[in-house]
Design a protein around this ligand. Sequence first.
Ligand SMILES: Cc1cc2nc3c(=O)[nH]c(=O)nc-3n(C[C@H](O)[C@H](O)[C@H](O)COP(=O)(O)OP(=O)(O)OC[C@H]3O[C@@H](n4cnc5c(N)ncnc54)[C@H](O)[C@@H]3O)c2cc1C
Length: 350
Amino acid sequence: MIIIIGAGLSGLLTAYRLKNEGIPFKILEARSRIGGRIHTVFGEENTPVEMGATWFQNQHTQLIALLEELGINYFEQFIEGSVFYQPSANAPAQSIQIPKQDPSYRISGGSSHLINALYEKLDPDDVLFDQTVTEIKFHENSVQVIAKDVFAGDKIILAIPPKLWSKRILFEPHLPNDLMQMATQTHTWMEDSIKIAVTYAQPFWLPKHQSGALFSNAGPITELYDHCNQERSKYALCGFINASFQNLNDEKRRTSVLRQLTSVFGEQAGDFIDYKECVWSREINTFEYSHNELYPHQNNGNPIFRHSFFEGKLLISSSESASEYPGYMEGAVYAGNITAEKIIAGKKVQ
Ligand SMILES: Cc1cc2nc3c(=O)[nH]c(=O)nc-3n(C[C@H](O)[C@H](O)[C@H](O)COP(=O)(O)OP(=O)(O)OC[C@H]3O[C@@H](n4cnc5c(N)ncnc54)[C@H](O)[C@@H]3O)c2cc1C
């Protein structure tokens, strides 16, 4: 029995690959939902908006291959027309044209479509929810995992960001010092970002030949994009706000976002259907405080994460462990695939 800790993209993908090989496993998930940092939510008009991972590019070949394998479509991020740019808090927003960029893509139906498709390939009792793993004990021929319940397996896969397991899970015997030190100093991509999405009855920006995009040094919004669905029948704007706004209460944060939107896009931006946000630093199953500031992607993809420990009983996964595009969905797919390959290859040798 393989115990996978974490039902994010990396853990679910490994599970799907193991399932295809008939290798028994269980996923233990702390939250009461799947997906981890991939989280599509639906507003009142059923408009899918992304609170987590959203975009990918042509170079993300393993993610694209997985979408094709699962029969999931994707589409280009809309960015036609003018873009607003706010150089500073004291300067008015300028309407500018930007040269055509390499395309970014979004997953049809929302990023959680990928997560749900993987989950549907599993049996419902393959994933156990509300099981926050707090302790892992390695014995000579087995591993004991302590969460809300106690589980026993042959091997463990840590499909959660290294900083999180290094601070939250007690290992017996202790993990090697160099591994622990590296894990505590490994940045978890986007762990403290704030995502906002505003849905509208009409895409008021399109008749004005605006793309819906805003890049701002004034804040709170730093980056914003058109977030209509692929069919362009549901309308939204979605992006990031400055992480320092986590200190405001929800109402004040929302008011300051809407004030900026109306000052840039005009009064119509205030006439919205739904406002959604996710302050990721409040997500205890993603964010972990660091004593010293880590720079973005620090130690992501470090080769130590590709070793196995305790005679192969412990494997490390999650996007941050990947040697290619760590931190991104592509990294999670890479890690999920390679971890499954290791287990499957080990089984064939036996
Ligand atoms: C706001 C935001 C925006 C992003 N934007 C993009 C983007 O546009 N493009 C892109 O490519 N990537 C983006 N990313 C990154 C992308 O989401 C991640 O790379 C990817 O989803 C990571 O998957 P994972 O399985 O490695 O980890 P996670 O998604 O973090 O999954 C880990 C799982 O483990 C669970 N867990 C944690 N602790 C425990 C425990 N003790 N016991 C049991 N379960 C536990 C968690 O609940 C979670 O479900 C973004 C991330 C965020 C937060």
